[in-house]
Design a protein around this ligand. Structure first.
Ligand SMILES: [Ca+2]
Length: 154
């Protein structure tokens, strides 16, 4: 039995974010914009919540190797810094602090501003991947894409 191939598992999967940025003329900055394969659009939270987050449900548990976080590239990249990437088999519940002490939750803290991309090595299995800003002050979380590389379990 060989290894399953390494794939980008987040594309077009179920996503959500802690809040949505309201704008005139429709809603162009939904959570789906960070998992649609287009690095020129972006997702944005409302800017009114502290510790905003974005997450993807991969649909099933996979063995993960890397998460690539692509920051928004046209503006406002300084918002996406000092963040955690979390991986879990189970849905996330509670606060960021709760998750960081919860058994079975893998986490990585990245202090630097996200790049294009920032590649985060992951050594964990999981179904849910969340990017969570640590900021206690309300701020927008904006990202152009989050790519999750791993191997499906056969
Ligand atoms: Ca995108």
């Amino acid at each position: 039995m060989g290894l399953e191939p390494l794939r980008q598992l987040a594309l077009d999967k179920d996503v959500k974010q802690s809040s949505d940025y309201a704008s005139d003329g429709g809603f162009p900055y939904g959570a789906d914009k960070a998992a649609d394969g287009d690095r020129f659009n972006f997702s944005t939270t409302s800017g009114k919540d502290a510790q905003p987050w974005w997450q993807v449900d991969l649909g099933s548990v996979a063995d993960l190797e890397r998460v690539d976080v692509y920051n928004r590239s046209d503006c406002c990249a300084d918002r996406t810094k000092d963040y955690y990437v979390l991986v879990s088999d189970e849905p996330f519940t509670g606060t960021l602090a709760d998750q960081l002490t919860k058994p079975g939750v893998w986490s990585h803290h990245e202090t630097a501003q996200a790049g294009g991309p920032t590649a985060i090595p992951v050594a964990a299995h999981g179904r849910y991947v969340r990017v969570w800003l640590a900021s206690e002050k309300p701020v927008e979380l904006n990202m152009s894409e989050v790519e999750v590389y791993g191997r499906a379990r056969s």
